[in-house]
Design a protein around this ligand. Sequence first.
Ligand SMILES: [Zn+2]
Length: 70
Amino acid sequence: MADLFPDAPRRPRRVLMHVVDAGGCCEEFPMMVRLKCLKCGHNHGWVRFGTKREALSQPCPKCNAPELAP
Ligand SMILES: [Zn+2]
């Protein structure tokens, strides 16, 4: 039996945003959620998603931004 994950890269921890509001207005936009990062307070606003699962796993663009070179 071979090692299933011989070279699995270590993923850095990602900060996920939280759904603070959710709703759908019509058939065209059935899944609208308002995302906010509870760590840095970044308000992402309303975003449209195809699935609830997708909406619940959005990383914060601020907390997960690559460190800029000086
Ligand atoms: Zn954040």
